[in-house]
Design a protein around this ligand. Structure first.
Ligand code: NAD
Ligand code: TYD
Length: 339
């Protein structure tokens, strides 16, 4: 079994590669990644020398490069994690989101058609459903919830999902799509809420909470997401969409307070800053389908996962310190400078 994992030098993709090499030691994993600001080759160092692992630096939008990799590897499965993934960046500059997230997906699917790939799996997000009101805790996103996007990021992911389903219906491409809630865990780039707050707290820097911090996200430990995708690849039905989430809704402000407590830092570091434009209020996944049809359940409780995650950032300071000391400083000044 040969599987091409795109975006495998990023947060979830790298965790997925580690997971798959562990549970399917006989499979060959080929990682295709452009190494944008979010891709980090050092993350993959522990597996780089494995005989059943190969890293290829390429852009999923580069038709010739994708074609030659598929011709060489003849993959059985393609899992597409490659994307521009940060909402705030999409608000600043949407173009690259449309390019990578939509057109890149098309390039990959065209190659899958040409080389008869047996499964194309698109890693999508709960953000395609838009947001839910805070005062209706009974409402959850199911796979039937209409797409209703807010940010250029979520609009680009939703567009890709529509295209994936169109390739299934029109060309019979064997696809599956998963829509997961917010992930957290090791190797997450420190532009996202949890690693940003951990890194800032450890450096005694202000903790920039957007608005009142009352927005709710449904958090899932990254390993649970990886297990769900593995299960969908093996037992999921083609043409189907699966929601992934663990019924773990948390307000941003409560997460930031928890991080302060765990690190023994004062909550006076918390600084309320101008809210994100078009900020989604609440995400909440109904994972009934993947539970009843495939038997998936999350294994890591948030209370344990967040402690493990904080411990990882404490034990792996060089990994994120290298990031925050480079080009990230310009990003940080631009996004938070006079917010
Ligand atoms: P990430 O930003 O950490 O990593 C993205 C990876 O894709 C990087 O390694 C980057 O170099 C690579 N990449 C970007 N553009 C590329 C291109 N044109 N060609 C090849 N590689 C390219 O993202 P992540 O948080 O790991 O998210 C992975 C996927 O999961 C994304 O599709 C995202 O939409 C989805 N998702 C993320 C979350 C979350 O909470 N992080 C939740 C649900 C779904
Ligand atoms: P983020 O990690 O960017 O994920 P997403 O927007 O895809 O859910 O943000 C999670 C939540 O945290 C979101 O409501 C925005 C908020 N947030 C802050 O309050 N401050 C920050 O510095 C960041 C990055 C996010």
């Amino acid at each position: 079994m040969t599987i091409i994992v795109t975006g495998g030098a990023g947060f979830i993709g790298s965790n997925f590669i580690f997971h798959m090499l562990k549970v399917h030691p006989g499979w060959r994993i080929v990682c295709l990644d452009k190494l944008t600001y979010a891709g980090n080759i050092s993350t993959l160092a522990p597996v780089m020398d494995k005989p059943n692992f190969r890293f290829v630096r390429a852009d999923i939008c580069d038709r010739a490069a994708v074609d030659s990799l598929f011709a060489e590897e003849k993959p059985d499965i393609v899992v597409n994690f490659a994307a521009e993934s940060h909402v705030d960046r999409s608000i600043e500059d949407p173009g690259i989101f449309l390019q990578t997230n939509i057109l890149g997906t098309q390039v990959l699917m065209d190659a899958c058609r040409k080389y008869g790939v047996k499964r194309f799996h698109q890693v999508s997000t709960d953000e395609v459903y838009g947001d839910l009101p805070l005062d209706r805790p009974d409402l959850l996103f199911t796979e039937e919830t209409p797409i209703h996007t807010s940010s250029p990021y979520s609009a680009s992911k939703a567009s890709a999902d529509l295209l994936v389903m169109a390739y299934h219906r029109t060309y019979g491409l064997p696809v599956t799509v998963s829509r997961c809630s917010n992930n957290y865990g090791p190797y997450q780039f420190p532009e996202k809420l949890i690693p940003l707050m951990i890194a800032n707290a450890l450096n005694d820097k202000p903790l920039p909470v957007y608005g009142e911090g009352l927005n709710v996200r449904d958090w899932l430990y990254v390993e649970d997401h990886c297990r769900a995708i593995d299960l969908i690849l093996r037992s999921g039905k083609t043409g189907e969409i699966y929601n992934i989430g663990g019924h773990n809704e948390m307000r941003n402000i409560d997460i930031v307070r928890l991080i302060c407590r765990e690190l023994g830092k004062s909550e006076s570091l918390i600084t309320h800053v101008t809210d994100r434009k078009g900020h989604d209020m609440r995400y909440a996944i109904d994972p009934t389908k993947i539970h009843t049809e495939l038997g998936w359940l999350p294994e890591t409780k948030f209370a344990d996962g967040i402690v493990k995650t904080i411990r990882w950032y404490l034990d792996n300071r060089p990994w994120w310190e290298e990031i925050v000391s480079g080009e990230y400083q310009n990003y940080y000044r631009k996004m938070y400078g006079d917010r």
